[in-house]
Write a protein that binds this ligand. Structure first.
Ligand SMILES: C[S@@+](CC[C@H](N)C(=O)[O-])C[C@H]1O[C@@H](n2cnc3c(N)ncnc32)[C@H](O)[C@@H]1O
Length: 247
């Protein structure tokens, strides 16, 4: 079954990829939209609850705006808030984020575990980026927020890192765009590489569920057919979208 959470304005809510910190709407509206999305995820059983700390989130957002070098990003303010909230709610001890580019998505996924937005203690929050110079920039960015090394970026192929990760993986975030032929189709390879280490209740997030839906066809069929992942919701509140699934 295809479950969808969709706002009326998803197609008109647009960011300038080179101005990631510019507000696109009043903060109350952003809180409301993301709250509605979290409620849909809770009702579908993807998340156990929908509570996260607003002050910690804002501290996280401010630190990223001040300390990160971001040449561009497609992570809208709504998406940044949702990713942070999912991290705060799931509180994964271990997380892999695949295809992190400059690290902006990764730190949204890890921001409730490290830095000024932290609300729990994690073991290993790993971002993976295959382009070495981008991985180095992402690692530099992350170190400015998390001196501890709990959150770190590896220059590697996410399929290999996912296959070799030996511990239970409570959160997997997919954003790698693979090679020319496979493109975002690589999401399914990454998920399959670590599927057996995702425990019940583990959450899998896939960015670009809207604008790359055709390339993600096999992936979306896999997470939505009910036999591999217990529940899955397509969150559509911007032009990119996020498929949120739970094992
Ligand atoms: C489109 S970017 C993600 C950007 C992110 N959505 C944002 O808005 O900030 C995808 C990244 O995945 C990386 N990538 C592609 N294939 C990969 C793989 N097999 N393992 C790890 N990273 C990969 C690319 O180098 C690229 O930096």
């Amino acid at each position: 079954m295809i479950r969808t959470f969709r706002t009326d304005d998803w197609d008109s809510y647009r960011m300038d990829y080179r101005r990631p910190h510019r507000a696109l709407e009043p903060q109350e509206k952003e809180i409301e939209v993301v709250g509605d999305a979290l409620q849909a995820l809770q009702e579908a059983g993807v998340l156990p609850h929908m509570r996260y700390d607003e002050a910690r989130f804002l501290a996280h957002r401010q630190a990223v705006a001040e300390l990160f070098d971001i040449p561009w990003t497609a992570i809208t303010p709504r998406m940044q808030r949702l990713l942070y909230a999912v991290n705060a709610i799931v509180q994964p001890r271990n997380m892999i984020a695949a295809g992190v580019f400059c690290g902006n998505t990764f730190i949204s996924n890890a921001g409730a575990g490290v830095g000024p937005g932290a609300c729990y203690t994690a073991d290993a929050l790993i971002g993976v980026e295959i382009v070495e110079r981008e991985a180095e920039r992402a690692e530099r960015n992350v170190r400015r927020i998390d001196p501890t090394g709990v959150a770190r970026v590896l220059a590697a192929d996410a399929v290999e890192v996912a296959a070799e990760f030996a511990e239970p993986l409570q959160l997997l975030y997919l954003d790698a765009d693979g090679t020319d032929e496979r493109g975002k189709g690589i999401y399914l390879d990454i998920l399959n590489a670590c599927y057996d280490r995702i425990p019940p209740g583990g959450v899998v997030l896939a960015h670009n569920s809207v604008n790359c839906a055709a390339r993600l066809k096999s992936y979306l069929e896999f997470v939505r057919d009910g036999s591999h992942l217990r529940s899955s919701v397509n969150v559509i509140f911007d032009c990119e979208g996020l498929e949120c699934s739970v094992k």
